[in-house]
Design a protein. Sequence first.
Lengths: 149, 76
Amino acid sequence: MFSVTSEPLSIEEISNKVVRPEAGAVVTFTGTVREFTKGKRTLYLTYEAYATMAEKQLKRIGDEIKERWPDAVTAISHRTGTLGISDIAVVIAVSTPHRKDAYEANEYAIERIKQIVPIWKKEKWEDGEEWIGDQLEKSAGIPEKEEIR
Amino acid sequence: MIKVNCFAHLKELAGGNHIHIDKKEMSVKELLEEVQRQYHIQTDSVLVAINEEYAFPDDQVTEYDTVALIPPVSGG
């Protein structure tokens, strides 16, 4: 249910993992590569992961969702390697009996991914490249003590 | 000898997938200080993972652990 892979992600495949008779709602979030960030054109992104730990942290997010929304079932896949504009970087699928919980739990998952999952992106621009996380998104990427255990 | 795995820009600063600290055991705080001293890598915003779990400054690291430096993440 929780994977880090260099293969292209299938929205349908990941979404189908959480489909079940008890569910009345499946919310699927797709994170894609954006061309312009603050006016700067991105040519492509490269994602690197500490894959084994990242999968553990994704599973942990699934456990946290289970604590907060006991009826929810979650599947998350994150891609690594080089991705072009509009390629899919992450897919999060959450199913619940009623839609409100699925929307909320899905948003919770992407916020937590950006806090605790050891995956990094390198932006390639027309005039250079840089690992993100060591400047622009620095404060966003440091988990607080209470968040990491 | 503690082997420390590096990722993202830390890998580029370290010049490879891992660095070594010549100690059998030390605290996470001491490890980060040693990384900064020996490799001139700024570690203020770097976390340490021990056996694939986030560790706190007072936790102990030994040469038998799987250790990694985790710079601020940017997945999603």
